[in-house]
Design a protein around this ligand. Sequence first.
Ligand SMILES: Nc1nc2c(ncn2[C@@H]2O[C@H](COP(=O)(O)OP(=O)(O)O)[C@@H](O)[C@H]2O)c(=O)[nH]1
Ligand SMILES: [Mg+2]
Length: 241
Amino acid sequence: LMAQLSTQAADAGDAAEAPQEAEAEAEDKTGRVGGLFKSLTRSFKNVTGGAVLTEQDLEPILASFKTNLMAKNVAADVATKLADSVRTSVVGKTTDRFTTMTSTVKKVLQESMETILTPKKSIDVLRAALAAKNAGRVYSICFLGVNGVGKSTNLAKVAYYLKNKGGLNVLICACDTFRAGAVEQLKTHSRCLDIPLFERGYGKDPADIAKNACQFARQNGHDVVLIDTAGRMQDNEPLMR
Ligand SMILES: Nc1nc2c(ncn2[C@@H]2O[C@H](COP(=O)(O)OP(=O)(O)O)[C@@H](O)[C@H]2O)c(=O)[nH]1
Ligand SMILES: [Mg+2]
């Protein structure tokens, strides 16, 4: 998301430096993510110099901005938040201040993305796991994210940390039953870390395996279950469930 949107922000910068060029490309590049700024350039041309931008002027531009973001897998509510922040920042501004406006849009997009991506609260995993242990509960962490972001690798790091720093009895659970080699990857981590692995091979229902692993952990004195999963988009509700 950051990479994609920073490309957009960069596009905004380019447009500010070379509005003529951006305008020339506007026709053939519409429909791409960077189209927002091209559309803005074109809209400014259409509004007579110095006019104040209204919500109506912006509506079609922001609608296509949102569609473009969603076409690139940005979640609908995130696309709406970004479009709203742009709307708030430019409604009422005059069109002759084009350079100022593009840098405003760029800044506003950066700030919105930072707000969206900053966690609302931080969790001290070690403290939480130790507290759960004291309360007689098994603490579980499910690793979620798209393919290749580092779920399994970070699971191994967290397993090492909880075992060595917290003296906790960890169980690794292999719920990526989809990607070839995912179970073997965890077997290797399990062997190197000397932490047991709960696995049921491939093709099985991951939610079932996770449930059984937690039950197994309760019965066998494990304090923590670290659940690895197959890559999926966070807005793919059926898979997330
Ligand atoms: N540079 C770097 N590479 C990483 C990091 N975490 C994972 N990787 C690499 O990214 C690739 C995918 O990691 P993996 O844990 O299998 O991702 P998963 O699909 O989310 O489980 C592997 O080649 C890892 O070695 C990291 O923190 N830094
Ligand atoms: Mg993995």
